[in-house]
Ligand binder design. Structure first.
Ligand code: BG6
Length: 296
């Protein structure tokens, strides 16, 4: 864990401070535009609340900062693989970045009133999980919009292949009332039924456990939420897959960490590169995945 003293240089008076909670350092942003919390463990956004709005990011009521464990909710960073490891069943699901200690490398109050925060994770190439020297950076810009840019720079002399996701849990009024547009006619792998690749015509609506990886889906998605009288707009670049996930009560019961009825109030629309869209990064080259979240 970085020392609180080391974090002092990144404090922005009246905009950004740091707190230590149960051994985890959390950046706290509070401006005229928004409140947000970002954990340096995992580089995980824990909350983002534009001023005057309901929280946009969902976090389980049962989640507590815990060393070595991603919190259920927020925006976990899945990297360098999405889901289970392709060959190694004992490697951590969704990679190791979501529980690693990230270092703070910069903070700034920008002219438009938003705050930027830069975190970094250096992989030295000596890990059994990831034998490639890599510089992973995540830059957040927190204001009336939330921007996240995840960049992977290959510092080794061999190409590597990654899959990845910004595994965002959005807060919604009721899973049975919302819909998602932007994925009409796009092929998806269904992780619940394991059926052949399929498509659907209209917006997505939810009536049971849903766990789909839409491939070749770089377009903007929108969550329509009449209950909260808002739309959440998910714009992205460098992301060709979109994962749509809600565990429903069936899987939520097995998971046990979503809180009472938590499954009803959350929907993951993850900007990813997975399945057909894994990314090869050549030596000394970088790949970036970016999202911009906003409300309408
Ligand atoms: C989603 C996957 O991205 O993450 C689901 O598609 C998975 O299959 C979910 O259950 C949560 O994963 P975890 O490892 O955080 O429990």
């Amino acid at each position: 864990m970085p020392s609180m003293q080391a974090m002092q240089q990144y404090v922005l008076p009246n905009a950004l401070s740091f707190a230590e909670v149960d051994g985890v350092v959390i950046a706290q942003i509070n401006t005229e535009q928004a409140q947000a919390e970002i954990s340096l463990q995992g580089g995980q956004v824990l909350s983002w609340i534009p001023k005057g709005a309901e929280p946009v990011i969902w976090m389980s009521e049962e989640a507590q900062p815990t060393v070595g464990k991603a919190m259920r909710g927020g925006v976990p960073v899945c990297w360098p693989w999405f889901g289970p490891h392709e060959r190694k069943a004992d490697f951590p699901a969704h990679g190791f970045a979501r529980v690693a200690d990230w270092a703070c490398k910069g903070s700034q109050l920008l002219d438009d009133g938003s705050v930027s925060l830069l975190l970094e994770l250096v992989c030295d190439g000596g890990s059994k999980w990831w034998p490639y020297a890599t510089l992973l950076q995540v830059e957040f810009r927190i204001g009336t919009k939330l921007e996240i840019n995840l960049s992977s720079r290959n510092l080794s002399d061999r190409a590597f292949v990654i899959s990845e996701a910004l595994h965002t849990y959005f807060q919604i009024s009721d899973i049975e009332q919302v819909s998602v547009s932007g994925l009409e006619g796009v092929s998806y792998h269904d992780k619940v039924t394991e059926a052949e690749v399929q498509t659907h015509a209209g917006e997505i609506r939810f009536a049971s456990e849903t766990d789909r990886v839409y491939v070749n889906s770089p377009a903007t998605c929108v969550i329509h939420d009449p209950g909260l009288k808002r739309k959440i707009v998910i714009e992205k670049s460098g992301s060709d897959s979109t994962v749509v996930w809600n565990p429903w009560f069936t899987k939520a019961e097995r998971m046990g960490d979503l809180g009472a009825e938590g499954w009803r109030k959350m929907l993951c629309v993850e900007s990813a590169n997975a399945f057909d869209n894994v990314v090869t990064v050549q030596p000394q080259q970088s790949h970036s995945l970016s999202v911009v979240y906003s409300l309408l």
